[in-house]
Write a protein that binds this ligand. Structure first.
Ligand code: FE2
Length: 243
């Protein structure tokens, strides 16, 4: 299915190949995450079953019903990357943006820009978790407030990257993943645990704010929180520091 620029999901347009791709990706990733995802992500994924399940691409109308009933979130369909101020503006309004297209069968492990599997399977489940969702909303509000401050926006993008996109946490002494870039990627899921050069360091706010990242390169460093409430303290600290 090609990307279409409209504000809704044209569900009837998904082809049998799209169904096959979704089935392969979701089936493989649900098994891979059982051992390595944090408890909260897995609980949310279970709560979204069968709306998110290998059998078929999820219907956004059904996802939105559950998201709204949870903590008032909903999906905003977008054609691709958004300008950063629009992106933070959506988060601040409890909306998460998603594409509607799916990668091809020859791209199961590599993507140049996020497709629906990344956006939905990777990102959406945790918006049913109040602590996580509130962090995202508050991060968005900081982004709106400091939209014209380039340095602060860069720091907020780093904070977003090392939490919502590539965050990990320690649970019962073990590293567990919650970032969407990991949860939606079979190779990322393995890489973090199998590459001996990967570093998992404690989440120290100033280290995260100073840590540059390259979107197209595989992560070699991850910052581990202890739980999502730690991220509230991070936002409290930034609000106080920047006031
Ligand atoms: Fe993402």
């Amino acid at each position: 299915m090609s990307a279409t620029i409209n504000d809704s999901q044209n569900y009837a347009a998904y082809t049998t190949t799209d169904y096959d791709v979704w089935q392969k990706l979701a089936g493989r990733q649900i098994s891979a995450l059982e051992e390595v995802a944090c408890r909260e992500y897995l609980d949310c994924l279970t709560a979204l079953h069968p709306v998110i399940a290998p059998a078929a691409p999820p219907k956004f109308t059904e996802l939105n019903q559950q998201l709204r009933a949870g903590h008032g979130w909903s999906i905003k369909v977008v054609p691709g990357f958004l300008p950063v101020d629009e992106f933070f503006g959506l988060l601040a309004g409890r909306r998460f943006c998603s594409s509607t297209w799916l990668r091809g069968m020859n791209q199961l492990d590599y993507l140049e820009e996020p497709d629906m599997f990344h956006d939905i399977f990777g990102h959406i489940p945790l918006y049913l978790n109040k602590d996580y969702a509130t962090f995202a909303e508050r991060l968005g509000k900081l982004g709106v407030k400091y939209a014209s401050d380039e340095e602060k926006i860069t720091q907020l993008q780093r904070l977003y990257w090392f939490t919502i996109e590539f965050g990990v946490m320690r649970q019962n002494g073990e590293v567990k993943v919650y970032g969407a870039g990991i949860c939606s990627s079979f190779s990322e899921t393995r890489h973090i645990f199998e590459d001996p050069k990967v570093e998992v360091v404690p989440f120290v706010l100033d280290d995260v704010l100073a840590q540059d990242f390259v979107v197209t390169e595989i992560q070699m460093k991850y910052f581990a929180i202890m739980d999502f409430s730690e991220l509230w303290a991070v936002v409290d600290e930034l609000e106080a520091r920047w006031a």
